[in-house]
Design a protein around this ligand. Structure first.
Ligand code: FDA
Length: 379
């Protein structure tokens, strides 16, 4: 074995694929019972509808290198993501755009009129001196839109009133003064034609790659554990950085999500893939309906799969999803970074290994950079 990769998500598989294609023997271990990390998807058994087990995953990128690389393993559909928000029993398009504004204010503003209105409403607070997330939100889009679409949704995500959340959580709140409600602005967008798992399996399908599932790097009863491989084989580690160092500098904070999946006896529940619930009247943040990600597929017309999403702070045993990133977290992260630099023979990558939110294209792009800059020619 020339390289051990810990974690079979997009980061780990990109490293493994590049190394294998360069003639190196790679073993990928993952503690889960499936490949692919959080991008994993599977067919719901009763309906055959593809479900993203760890939350909805939409592929989008403006990075030509990543797009070309991804297309070696899968084709993409022409799916374009759009999101809607249910606020007080009325449905509005997101991100906030001219359609949202005109529907909300029961008006027919032109782009310039809408811009002037929002600027006036946003004048209540100065963005630079905003003391908390609420003041910052109002300073960006004005109180009416902030209270409708941001306040309760954000406090549900963080289980904390927005007046008690730091202003830095949001840097900007995009408002479009056109009717364009395409969710992503990237050059390329689509979903893998045969699903995420087929894409991820194709990346791992190489004679030089061996994947071992149900294999935890810290489990000393399996031969490729941390102590056993130290100094003997180069490692790319994509698990949580604090766990690697046995939480020596304390735990890094994460938010997690709870998902409740249901099969319903209707052909179409909500007419779209993702509906946000902006208000506090319901505890969940969103409902996903997976059939709408693949309108081109021959799914049953009398059944559908929906998933309610709830957000909360993660405990150690929960799946870490989004870094909380408090000032204390950032301090701890600096200490962990210093430790990673001293750890010879081990490179840390991916969203868990670097404690940052990464979209799939960013995970792939950063793995390609690690391969080009740190691994190629050294193994
Ligand atoms: P990832 O978490 O996928 O993989 C890490 C792997 O390491 C896991 O399989 C884990 O089991 C394994 N591991 C950890 N510790 C281990 C140990 N001790 N031993 C062995 N294995 C271990 N992106 C996007 O582009 N569009 C989108 O719409 C979304 N949507 C989205 C929704 C939600 C809810 C989340 C949380 C994330 C997204 N993403 C996304 C981001 C996407 O999931 C992310 O880019 C990739 O998962 C990153 O891949 P990694 O390989 O870095 O981590």
């Amino acid at each position: 074995m020339d390289l051990l990769v810990v974690g079979s998500g997009f980061f780990g598989l990109t490293i493994a694929e590049r190394a294998a294609s360069a003639g190196k023997k790679v073993v990928v271990i993952d503690r889960r019972n499936h490949i692919g990390g959080n991008a994993y998807s599977e067919a719901e058994p009763e309906t055959g509808i593809e479900v993203h087990r760890y939350g909805a995953h939409l592929f989008h990128t403006s990075n030509e290198t990543v797009w070309e690389y991804a297309n070696r393993f899968t084709e993409f559909t022409s799916y374009v993501h759009k999101v809607y928000s249910n606020f007080k029993g009325e449905v509005y398009p997101l991100p906030i755009n001219l359609g949202t504004i005109n529907q909300f204010f029961r008006s027919a503003y032109s782009p310039d009129e809408a811009r002037a209105l929002i600027a006036e409403q946003a004048g209540e607070f100065d963005t630079k001196s905003a003391q908390n997330l609420e003041e910052k939100g109002i300073s960006l889009i004005g109180r009416p839109l902030y209270e409708a679409f941001i306040r309760d949704y954000t406090s549900k995500q963080w289980q904390t009133p927005t007046t008690e959340l730091p202003a830095e959580i949001i840097s900007r709140l995009p408002v479009r003064y056109t009717y364009d409600n395409r969710y992503f602005n990237d050059t390329h967008e689509g979903l893998p034609v045969n699903g995420y798992t087929a894409w991820l399996e194709k990346m791992a399908d190489h004679p030089n790659i061996e994947v071992r599932l149900n294999t935890d790097f810290f489990d000393e009863s399996q031969p490729l554990n941390k102590a056993a491989v130290a100094g003997k084989v180069p490692v790319v580690y994509t698990g949580p950085v604090d766990r690697y160092f046995d939480y020596a500098e304390g735990e890094l904070g994460w938010r997690t999500l709870d998902f409740e999946q249901q099969v319903l006896p209707v052909g179409d529940f909500q007419g779209t893939s993702v509906m946000n619930y902006a208000g506090e009247d319901v505890p969940y943040t969103r409902i996903h309906e997976f059939r709408h990600f693949h309108p081109e597929r021959d799914y049953p017309t009398d059944k559908t799969v929906i998933m309610h999403e709830y957000s909360r702070f993660a405990k150690r045993e929960d799946e870490p999803y989004y870094p909380v990133n408090t000032p204390e977290d950032r301090e701890r992260l600096l200490k962990y970074r210093a430790l990673t630099e001293q750890e010879s023979g081990v490179l840390f990558g991916g969203r868990l290994g670097t404690y940052q939110y990464l979209d799939m294209h960013m995970a792939i792009g950063s793995a390609l950079s690690m391969w080009n800059n740190k691994l190629e020619g050294t193994l």
